[in-house]
Design a protein around this ligand. Structure first.
Ligand code: NAD
Length: 410
């Protein structure tokens, strides 16, 4: 299925609610630049070729920004959609970036360290001329890590012959990363959840988290620390459930030791069972298109906090709206990552670094303000938080397009 069909359906809804005209729709539906690359990588046994993408969707508000994904499911529709959502996300939290995304069609599970390094460097050699600190700034996404960002930065700087740490974010702290970046997506989501549920006692609230990678494991850890009752977590192979609350710290240790959730002593559940658990908060933190119409029909959660990108299909959204199950949408809920990436880039440009407390304080303010901005627009248009976030972001992007002379002033 082409994920970009979801973007078209989302935009169709917004067109009606916010009365967008054809010129505005054309801008929103057309990525500015699509780069496709084929490149060789030295593997432990021989040379293999890989196919990758970089989509620079819209740069009206600033240089484009977005992660790089290593996954066998990567295709152009997915990368285009993720780049579009990045443009909206940066506009929702009002940071001066446009949106981009990159990806390589590859399953890196069985790669040796050397192969992973060679792949990361080769991808940068393939796209180096379209990225740069004032053009396009990549970051980590699924199956890419700070270690990989370090190799990518090093390759870029070798080609350019100078230090340019602002070309990529999500780097290790030792080479220009920001304090707090590693868990910033989850921290931002947790701040928003706390604000949304203000007045409720976390100990009375149950949470299920799908995905136990960077985002899933940190949100489980933070919410557990904040005394929410995390009753279920899962990775691609298995889900774990305890109605009285899981020992998240023990699960994190087990994952660190064994690399997966398999073998941890708790009731095993499937990913579909996890999505339909009777919990207060469901946090999809793995892949897109997990909450389908069927799942939405059977879902029992009272609130959804979308930390994955695009986890809910547009058809499921309609069902959730009818069933009055609120969704804190991805472009708001998971924007903490790109916000701290922005802080990292600012620190790189200045060569002056902030403490973790400063980063978390600035992040918290932006997340709370953005939730309130989105709520205001949603109320104004009498619509959902997702539509509110879309309208807020789209208006900001279109205002920049108008000021640049790309759209007529109405
Ligand atoms: P990651 O590679 O660290 O983790 C992905 C997790 O998803 C793993 O635990 C994996 O086992 C699990 N998974 C894969 N297939 C699954 C399946 N079919 N069912 C259940 N779980 C499955 O990736 P991440 O960085 O944590 O990203 C997760 C999501 O969050 C993605 O949608 C990503 O785009 C989004 N996101 C990430 C960031 C960030 O800063 N890393 C920022 C914003 C949004």
């Amino acid at each position: 299925m082409d994920v970009f069909e979801n973007v078209k359906k989302q935009l169709d809804r917004i067109k009606k609610i916010a009365s967008l005209n054809d010129n505005e729709m054309q801008i929103l539906l057309s990525p500015k630049r699509i780069i496709q690359v084929n490149f060789p990588v030295k593997m432990d046994k021989g040379i293999k070729r890989f196919h990758g993408y970089r989509v620079q969707y819209n740069d009206a508000r600033g240089p484009v920004k977005g992660g790089i994904r290593f996954s066998q499911n990567v295709d152009l529709g997915e990368v285009k959609s993720l780049a579009f959502w990045m443009a909206l996300k940066c506009a929702v939290v009002d940071i001066p970036y446009g949106g981009a995304k990159g990806g390589v069609e590859v399953d890196v599970h069985d790669f040796s360290e050397r192969e992973l390094e060679n792949l990361s460097r080769a991808y940068i050699r393939a796209i180096y001329d379209v990225i740069g600190p004032t053009k396009d700034i990549p970051a980590p996404d699924m199956y890419t890590t700070p270690r990989i960002m370090a190799w990518m930065l090093d390759e870029y700087e070798k080609i350019k012959g100078e230090h340019l740490p602002g070309v990529i974010t999500g780097k290790p702290i030792e080479i220009g990363g920001s304090a707090g970046r590693e868990y910033s997506t989850s921290q931002g989501g947790a701040v928003i959840l706390k604000e949304y549920l203000k007045g409720k006692n976390p100990e009375d609230l149950t949470v299920a988290v799908q995905g136990f990678g960077n985002v899933g494991s940190f949100i489980a850890k933070i919410l557990h620390q904040w005394r929410y009752n995390v009753v279920a977590v899962s990775d691609s192979r298995i889900g774990l459930y305890d109605k009285n609350g899981l020992n998240v710290d023990a699960i994190l240790k087990h994952k660190e030791k064994t690399g997966s959730l398999l073998g941890f002593k708790a009731k095993e559940i499937t990913n579909s069972e996890l999505l339909e658990l009777d919990v207060d908060v469901l946090v999809p933190a793995a892949l897109e298109n997990q909450i389908t119409k069927d799942v939405a029909d059977n879902l029992k959660a009272k609130l959804i906090l979308e930390l994955a990108n695009g986890p809910t299909t547009p058809e499921a959204d309609v069902v959730l709206e009818k069933r009055k199950i609120p969704v804190i949408p991805d472009i708001l809920a998971n924007a903490g990552g790109v916000t701290v990436s922005y802080f990292e880039w600012v620190q790189n440009q200045y060569g002056y670094y902030w403490t973790e407390e400063e980063v978390l304080d600035k992040l918290g303010r932006i997340m709370v303000k953005s939730l309130n901005d989105v709520r205001k627009v949603a109320q104004e248009y009498n619509t959902t938080l997702r539509n509110g976030a879309f309208i807020l972001a789209i208006k900001r992007i279109l205002a920049a397009e108008q000021l640049r002379g790309n759209l007529e002033l109405l």
